[in-house]
Design a binder for this molecule. Structure first.
Ligand code: PMP
Ligand code: GLU
Length: 399
């Protein structure tokens, strides 16, 4: 007899990982699937980082690691935050975990109580909502459309803040829209938050280096928010290291301590080998990051030009960063497939495109934006070209 907890029953599976899993299963059946569902660089981890991992094995980095991560790695991250972002976080304020994903969840579990509200400008990454549910918090999504470049304004944010607001979760560059908050936009948001000293900001900057408009401003750099911004980042996207599972939070000391306590009871410190590799990533040459960024930008230009030629897909502007396009496809809802099925929503359109065109994307519904579909373009230009040709062909067949 199954006896799952209410907590587990309320949890939705990750739509990004589910779609990726489905496309892998179809591939295993021999179908020629192009997987644009999961957001993961197709590049190999740079050689100097792999070498550091090999050396760590040879040098017997094989013992339990400190719960918040090796001091040398936290120092490297502290240096990086100073060097690249102009913000001061001592190593003691940094906790390294199994990907940015674990650290976001740890922070939410550490500060959100039952009934606390978490403001999430949407479209937003699928996992935020579920992490808030795990903490028994209340999601307060606010849909920011293409007309406002998918970004929340300071006054919209202000109107959402209540005495129960505990956290505002900002992601810039955004998954799934690629939107980046400018320094001025963040300054206005910081001014609003300055009036609400209880509110903690979680700033997810995992796509920081995949920017097409220069260096990102971190909301942690505004003095009025001192001691209540948690930066989330990691090596997955910038260094093509998704499988190594290293991410971190840089937080006020009381939050870093809480996250360490939580992590100490349920996962311990993360992989010794992966930590040494991440250290090499932060301390080594950053040339590889720029080379990959340039490739992402070429791919972005390509996919945007192709998406804009698909009838019924609306994508007004080139995204400013990350590696996703998030067109509005609602103009196609109500149309019929060649075998007479009506496409009611983005879930059904994504499924039709997968089954008929063999291209995997992710429904916007999972990101709180049911009018849209997300395609990741972290893949070769050839695959992007072929994928968009197929999507266009599928869409043109709708009656
Ligand atoms: N934040 C965002 C916005 C993401 O898209 C992802 C997905 N990789 C993560 C955090 C987690 O990244 P990881 O756990 O691989 O560090
Ligand atoms: N964050 C990536 C994505 O959105 C990887 C998968 C996941 O963890 O959600 O596709």
């Amino acid at each position: 007899m199954e006896q799952l907890s209410a907590r587990l029953l309320a949890l939705s599976p990750s739509a990004t990982l589910a779609m990726s899993q489905k496309s892998q299963e179809l591939k295993a059946q021999g179908l020629d699937i192009i997987n644009l569902s999961v957001g993961e660089p197709d590049f190999n981890t740079p050689d100097h980082i792999k070498e550091a991992a090999k050396q760590a094995v040879d040098n017997n980095f094989s013992f339990y690691t400190p719960v918040p991560g090796y001091m040398s790695l936290r120092q490297a991250i502290s240096d990086k935050l100073k060097r690249e972002n102009g913000v001061d976080f001592a190593p003691a304020q940094i906790v390294v975990g199994n990907g940015a994903k674990q650290e976001i969840c740890n922070v939410i579990l550490s500060v959100v109580d039952k009934g606390d509200e978490v403001i999430i400008p949407t479209p937003a990454w699928v996992s935020y909502f579920e992490m808030v549910k795990l903490a028994e918090g209340v999601n307060v999504p606010f849909l920011c459309g293409q007309d406002q470049d998918f970004k929340i304004t300071a006054s919209q944010l202000e109107s959402l803040i209540t005495p129960k607001t505990k956290v505002v979760l900002l992601c810039s560059p955004s998954n799934p829209t690629g939107a980046i908050y400018s320094k001025d936009e963040l300054a206005a948001i910081a001014q609003v938050l300055a009036k609400h000293p209880r509110v903690i900001v979680i700033a997810d900057e995992i796509y920081e280096h995949i920017s097409y408009c220069g260096q990102l401003t971190s909301i942690a750099s505004f003095p009025e928010l001192k001691d209540r911004v948690v930066i989330i980042n990691g090596v997955s996207k910038a260094y093509a290291m998704t499988g190594w599972r290293i991410g971190y939070c840089a937080a006020p000391l009381w939050i870093a301590k809480a996250v360490t306590k939580l992590q100490g009871q349920y996962t311990s410190g993360c992989s010794s080998i992966a930590q040494k590799a991440a250290e090499a990533a932060y301390n080594g040459s950053q040339e590889c990051v720029e080379t990959m960024r340039q490739a992402f930008e070429r791919r972005c230009d390509l996919i945007v030009s192709m998406v804009q030629q698909i009838p019924g897909f609306r994508l007004d502007k080139k995204p400013q960063g990350a590696f996703y396009v998030f067109p509005d496809v609602s103009a196609l809802f109500g149309r019929q497939t060649p075998d007479g099925k009506t496409i009611a929503n983005a879930d059904e359109l994504a499924m039709y495109i997968l089954e008929q065109g063999h291209v995997a994307g992710v429904t916007g519904a999972a990101f709180g934006a049911p009018a849209c579909i997300r395609f990741s373009y972290a893949t070769s230009e050839d695959k992007i070209t072929e994928a968009m040709r197929r999507v266009k062909e599928c869409v043109e067949k709708l009656k």
